[in-house]
Design a protein. Structure first.
Length: 563
């Protein structure tokens, strides 16, 4: 028995007709002596598309698909069409230099459909999202929590048709993110709807279900604003745009990747306000803060901070740079990308496609006569060697490494091929950090410390030998998250850092020569009097700053490495 699948047959017929149409267009191009182009297989530059209004383009059966200065790439169905000739002449009279390509009817239709995506944003400049400070203030006043944002979005979803309110919806999405201090906005398409989530204090919060038609309109608008290709949906794209807010501009970094149900969007909000936290407000315990301040005031050497992505390393380094900045000091950074701009500091961005790496950028920076250099990340031997040499030749160098803790810094540098004696001469301080959410002060609940939790806390406290950390520290109770309107029912509001550091002392230098384990380095560093991250976490738990549950998502509350 043969099953006849009508849908499958129709799909095959459509593909066959399209193939024949493209082959016919290719033969026409050969006969006329022009190149052939299939616009279904290449991107169409929206700036080129804007040169000719939709109505005129359709009338002339012509489309612009690429533009560089006055050079334009034009797709035409036929060069013999009178309206086509007329429009080509007009473009030449306007100073353009057309490069004619023969295209099929299907290619024209595909390009013409893109006009719908840019029709609502004809006057919008790519890279800038105009939103008044009054509108942001209004949104901030109206949106005190996630529920307020959801309510407003649902109102638009029910009233909008065909993306009619795309601009207003995007205002609510962006303004809401700013109102609640979100770091990222996620739009994730599903089979029937698209999920909108905000990342707040490191955790993702589901906010709304976006209708498919609205999501498509938002996707096109965001791509256009970010300078992405509208008709490319099978490749990852990156872009950025800005929100004008009062006297400053907030950068939005956008990533779009293909998804089985469409394209997933993540927008990172780079609010300059979030990076202006002074060193004293990051949550460092007093002795560590004093130690760090002593080290960043030294004229040379290296300070490395370690931790996973999102652990606050950039915030810490920027806070250090702002603390030591003065008109008499030349500070230069090499980053990828430059996320925030620091007043009075020279910042340069790597571009590996052009061969401008961290290593080459660092070598170039040394020719700029800097006093202080920040390298975004040390990830290879060349960068490590250059950074170490800079630290040994009179420069103060800040950078990051991806290791689990401060002790792992030494092993990582040895793994990169750096001489152990040179490491100890160059490295002043190795530090590690994590971020934990702070308990909401309005709803946190006090509970008695007992059972396994008390045993765990008491065991870790016993590893802290310096009495200064234990003075006036209560050990009978802890606090748990509850959730209220003020904290979006999460039980947490804001984040605080957990820190540890190891100074390169004579004791450390003695054992680094023998390629030690992390445990050996930790034991050698105990007499320095600085806490390790799990010890810092225990103290913050007993102070009511965070909960046991939250701390254990970030650090291990065990004594494994301290025994």
């Amino acid at each position: 028995m043969i099953n006849f699948d009508e849908k499958d047959q129709q799909s095959r017929l459509t593909a066959l007709l399209r193939k024949e149409a493209e082959e016919a267009a290719k033969r026409r191009a050969e006969n006329l002596g022009y190149p052939y182009e299939d616009l279904n297989l290449r991107s169409v530059n929206t700036e080129a598309l804007r040169v000719v209004p939709e109505e005129k383009a359709k009338e002339a059966r012509l489309v612009l698909f690429e533009k560089k200065d006055r050079d334009i790439w034009v797709g035409v169905f036929s060069t013999e069409n009178d309206q086509t000739k007329k429009l080509l002449k007009q473009l030449q009279d306007d100073g353009y230099k057309p490069k004619i390509h023969i295209v099929s009817e299907e290619s024209l239709k595909k390009a013409f459909r893109l006009y719908q995506d840019i029709s609502q944003t004809e006057k919008t400049e790519a890279g800038t999202f105009d939103i008044s400070s009054e509108r942001i203030e209004e949104l901030s006043d109206n949106f005190s929590n996630i529920r307020d944002i959801k309510s407003k979005l649902d109102e638009y979803f029910q009233s909008s048709t065909g993306g009619k309110n795309t601009s207003r919806i995007l205002e609510v999405v962006m303004g809401g993110g700013l109102a609640i201090d979100a770091s990222d906005i996620h739009l994730e398409p599903g089979e029937k709807t698209t999920r909108l989530r905000y990342r707040l204090d490191g955790a993702l919060i589901e906010t709304a279900e976006v209708p498919t038609n609205t999501y498509r309109s938002l996707l096109s608008r965001i791509k256009l604003l970010s300078g992405m290709k509208l008709n490319i949906s099978s490749e990852a794209q990156d872009g950025r745009f800005g929100i004008n807010y009062g006297d400053s501009e907030i950068d939005i970094r956008v990533s779009v990747i293909p998804d089985e149900n469409g394209e997933s969007i993540v927008m990172r909000i780079l609010n300059p306000e979030s990076i202006t936290v002074p060193l004293s407000d990051l949550g460092m315990y007093p002795r560590f803060l004093t130690t760090l301040r002593e080290q960043i005031k030294k004229p040379n050497g290296m300070i490395l901070t370690t931790g996973p992505t999102g652990s606050g390393k950039t915030t810490t380094l920027y806070a250090c740079l702002r603390e030591i900045y003065s008109p008499e000091t030349k500070i230069l950074t090499i980053e990828n990308p430059v996320e925030y701009h620091l007043e009075g500091i020279v910042q340069t961005q790597t571009d590996e496609g052009r061969g401008y790496t961290f290593a080459s950028g660092l070598r170039a920076a040394l020719r700029q006569d800097p006093d202080v250099i920040m390298v975004g990340e040390i990830r290879d031997r060349e960068t490590a060697e250059t950074a170490v040499n800079a630290a040994l030749t009179g420069h103060l160098v800040f950078s990051t490494l991806h290791t689990n803790n401060s002790a792992g810094t030494f092993a990582r540098l040895l793994e990169l091929g750096i001489n152990p004696k040179v490491i100890c001469s160059a490295l002043n301080l190795s530090m590690a950090q994590r971020l934990v959410r702070k308990l909401c002060p309005n709803c946190k609940k006090e509970v008695q410390l007992e059972g396994k939790n008390k045993e765990k806390i008491d065991t870790l406290l016993s590893t802290i030998k310096q009495p200064e950390y234990l003075e006036n520290l209560q050990t009978e109770k802890v606090w748990e998250a509850v959730g209220c309107k003020e904290c979006n029912e999460m039980g947490y509001s804001g984040r605080v850092g957990l820190y540890e550091g190891i100074l390169t002392t004579g004791q450390i230098e003695k054992i680094v020569i023998d390629n030690p384990s992390e445990r050996e380095i930790i034991n050698a560093a105990r007499d320095q009097g600085l806490l390790f991250m799990n010890q810092d976490a225990v103290i913050k738990i007993l102070q009511g700053k965070t909960s046991i549950t939250e701390a254990e998502t970030t650090v291990s509350l065990t004594t494994d490495m301290l025994e």
